[in-house]
Design a protein around this ligand. Structure first.
Ligand SMILES: Cc1cc2nc3c(=O)[nH]c(=O)nc-3n(C[C@H](O)[C@H](O)[C@H](O)COP(=O)(O)OP(=O)(O)OC[C@H]3O[C@@H](n4cnc5c(N)ncnc54)[C@H](O)[C@@H]3O)c2cc1C
Length: 341
């Protein structure tokens, strides 16, 4: 198999060309780290191939650079054997918050097994807040004790029993992405380097605070914040300067996914402002804890459109602009949306 996303319904192009975090990233890196070649239709209509040795500037730039250099029509990627895996996705009530927080922080601080991965999210919608727990182990059973903090949450036993041995496809399909169907939506993100109990509390607080503040004026509001505790060496699977994103691989940061869904275009601007306020607040909380994240790259596939490209590409922007000049001097690709250099 190739390193795909952790939920169904996501396109191949943007996921790979932005970076790509998979359940297997702790073991094998970002999805862009596993691309061998891109076939690209350049803005002048030429079809070309970019690899590490042929059009290597384009190869580097496409790894994070989306549609700025043309349209990718074929991806050649590393494949990895996969057998039965273990895990699933469950929703827990807020009464399990403290136990789940302790389990997450304990795992973040102590577990270095690259076959393990988790995502923990809070979703507020329809006047209730729930905890989403996604656990993954690349093998039919996790080592004894690895996920005990989660599995032993006493009143969650029935829910957690759905974590089991299954195919990888069935595991990815277990995450309910239909909840967002038909809604308008914005993502935003904060890149963090630590998951402390206090940061966890702040994340939950953002979820409930904004939901309670906005629900009466924003029809069909859904507010979701999650932490994705990847191993600190998740970026070490490729060379330091092997891709346009992330612009630095020496810091073990992990992206938060913040997602707001709603139904009326009248609320677009309000939600955009709220997201900017909320990410600023969480950034301040992390900085206040001593996390050195002022220039930590944001994940472009999660970041709201209002973020400056410098916050994603850092010093790589200069090189990206030069490469863009070589392949698209007429700025044809400005006709396509997304991050522009
Ligand atoms: C439910 C859900 C779950 C997600 N889970 C994950 C996850 O597990 N890991 C993760 O890393 N991200 C995840 N994401 C984020 C996801 O990576 C981004 O939304 C990504 O941009 C989706 O790619 P797309 O092709 O569907 O998007 P699009 O919006 O179609 O494209 C995004 C950008 O890429 C460009 N693009 C697309 N295809 C090509 C191409 N062939 N050539 C050139 N440019 C192209 C587009 O022009 C656009 O600028 C998730 C998103 C959702 C909604």
């Amino acid at each position: 198999m190739v390193l795909g996303s952790r939920a169904t319904g996501i396109g191949v192009g943007g996921f790979i060309l932005g970076g790509g975090y998979s359940f297997l990233s702790n073991e094998h890196g970002l999805t862009i780290d596993t691309v061998r070649a891109f076939e690209v239709v350049l803005p002048d209509g030429t079809i070309t191939t970019a690899t590490n040795t042929s059009n290597s500037d384009l190869f580097w730039a496409l790894k994070g650079g989306y549609n700025n250099f043309g349209i990718v029509t074929e991806f050649t990627m590393d494949t990895f054997p996969i057998g039965q895996v273990w895990g699933g996705s469950v929703m827990l009530p807020m009464t399990d918050f403290d136990a789940m927080k302790n389990a997450t922080v304990q795992l973040w601080q102590n577990v270095t097994d690259p076959k393990a991965d988790i995502m923990i999210g809070f979703t507020a919608a329809e006047n209730q807040t729930q905890i989403e727990v996604d656990l993954f182990y690349n093998g039919p059973s996790p080592p004894a004790g690895l996920f005990d903090g989660f599995m032993n949450i006493s009143d969650a036993a029935q829910n957690m029993s759905t974590m089991n041995v299954r195919s990888y496809l069935s595991l990815v399909q277990s995450s309910d992405t239909n909840a967002t169907a038909g809604l308008r939506g914005y993502f935003d993100t904060v890149s963090i380097t630590d998951i402390s109990p206090a940061f966890f509390d702040a994340t939950l607080n953002e979820t409930t605070f904004w939901y309670q503040k906005l629900a009466s004026e924003v029809p069909d509001l859904l507010v979701h914040y999650d932490v994705e505790p990847f191993l600190r060496d998740v970026y070490s699977h490729a060379a330091a300067d092997s891709s346009a994103w992330p612009p630095r691989r020496d810091q073990g940061f992990t992206p938060m996914l913040i997602y707001y869904g709603w139904s009326s275009p009248d609320n677009d601007e309000l939600i955009s402002r709220v997201l900017q306020q909320s990410t600023t607040h969480l950034t301040d909380v992390a900085l206040g804890e001593g996390q050195d994240i002022a220039s930590t790259p944001l994940y472009n596939n999660y970041a709201l459109y209002s973020n400056p490209t410098e916050r994603m590409y850092g010093d790589n922007l200069v090189r990206l602009r030069q490469i863009r000049g070589r392949y698209d001097s007429g700025h044809i690709m400005d006709l396509a949306g997304g991050w522009k250099f």
